[in-house]
Design a protein around this ligand. Structure first.
Ligand code: SAM
Length: 331
């Protein structure tokens, strides 16, 4: 069985949030003064439930790519145990594994992640200025994050991406510096539009469109369009440089028509869209119950996909939603 929604989009990519908590307090994602609800540990999917879920997704539903996210996935203590268990699947199925992390806990885990079959690493870094890093994240962990990018790039991961959310008057003045800084590294810099979520105090004047980011970068560098199969980023080589750049225009030019992804929250709820406020079926009960077959769970996942909308709501609607925060959904 394949996961196909009512608009004939095949969903073969699933993002799983391993934990709803994070060790950083990024102003656009997990601001300190927000009144977010965190789940108790026993409400989260257990490692066995996650391993069962991934087996069902891959064996029964044809999922080809899994990305682990959070919260911060590397603060989940049993993450390597989960990965070791599922990496076996790669022998029999065309499965690739990725992780999105803030990099602060990455250095000590890099080799284990590689050994467990992680192919793609996305590391978030919004600034190259240590003081600004503290202002954005609330923590003095700039060096750790940067170091993890250097080390990861030297290893044999299929791709290392650096994610930067660009916000007007916060870090938009660093776009050119980012490209210059990473020019000798084989990394893909991904500049992401600032998205509104419940309690992240999104303001229109903080928004910088992907087009504006690209124009700014083009004042200093020659960008050469890459025709790759990436459906969500507009990707470019930078003439004469090793790094590449990509722009993610989730707000100004959404890419819903080619959406192939499903999200599972840390508590096991299916999120059909990053921006949908309602969380459909909760899988925790089913995954915990050995009397319920894998086939039945696969059927439930497939059925819930039938409620997927054609595209995410427009900006005005997104601003009214207050129960979708990035932290519990995972980016
Ligand atoms: N803790 C991990 C990290 O920092 O990468 C994974 C979770 S984080 C929610 C995943 C991605 O979402 C990060 O790259 C982060 O920058 C991005 N993100 C969070 N809030 C965002 C927002 N309001 N707009 C755009 N991107 C956002």
């Amino acid at each position: 069985m394949k996961l196909i929604d009512p608009f004939n989009r095949i969903h073969d990519y699933v993002r799983i949030s391993l934990i709803d908590k994070c060790n950083l307090n990024c102003i656009y994602c997990n601001p300190v003064n927000s009144n977010k609800h965190f789940y108790r540990n026993n409400e989260l999917l257990t490692d066995d439930e996650i391993i069962r879920l991934i087996n069902i997704l891959v064996r029964n539903l044809g999922v080809k790519k899994i990305r682990f996210t959070g919260g911060e996935p590397l603060i989940r203590k049993d993450i390597l145990h989960i990965l070791r268990n599922i990496s076996e699947l790669k022998k029999d199925f065309p499965l690739s594994l990725g992780i999105t992390t803030n990099g602060t806990e990455l250095e000590k885990n890099l080799h284990s992640l590689y050994d467990c079959g992680i192919d793609y690493l996305n590391i978030s870094l919004d600034t190259l200025q240590p003081q600004r890093f503290i202002a954005i994240t609330g923590k003095s962990l700039f060096e750790q994050t940067l170091q993890s990018i250097y080390l990861a790039e030297k290893m044999n991961f299929k791709k290392v991406k650096v994610n930067a959310v660009i916000i007007n008057k916060i870090n938009d003045d660093e776009l050119i510096e980012f490209v210059e800084y990473f020019k000798n590294l084989d990394v893909e810099l991904r500049f992401i539009e600032f998205m509104p979520f419940g309690s992240n105090e999104w303001q229109k004047d903080g928004f910088v469109s992907a087009e504006e980011m690209k124009n700014k970068i083009q004042t200093a560098f020659k960008l050469v369009k890459l025709e790759d199969d990436n459906r969500i980023a507009d990707n470019y080589a930078v003439a004469g440089y090793k790094c590449k750049v990509g722009f993610i225009s989730s707000i100004s030019n959404h890419f819903c028509d080619s959406c192939n992804r499903l999200r599972i929250t840390a508590t096991g709820k299916i999120k059909l869209c990053l921006f949908s406020s309602e969380e459909r079926t909760s899988l925790k009960y089913y995954l915990a119950n050995s009397n319920i077959s894998d086939e039945e769970i696969a059927e439930r996942i497939s059925q819930s996909l039938q409620f997927k909308q054609e595209k995410h709501p427009e900006l005005e609607e997104l601003l009214k939603l207050d129960n979708n925060n990035m932290l519990s959904i995972g980016g």
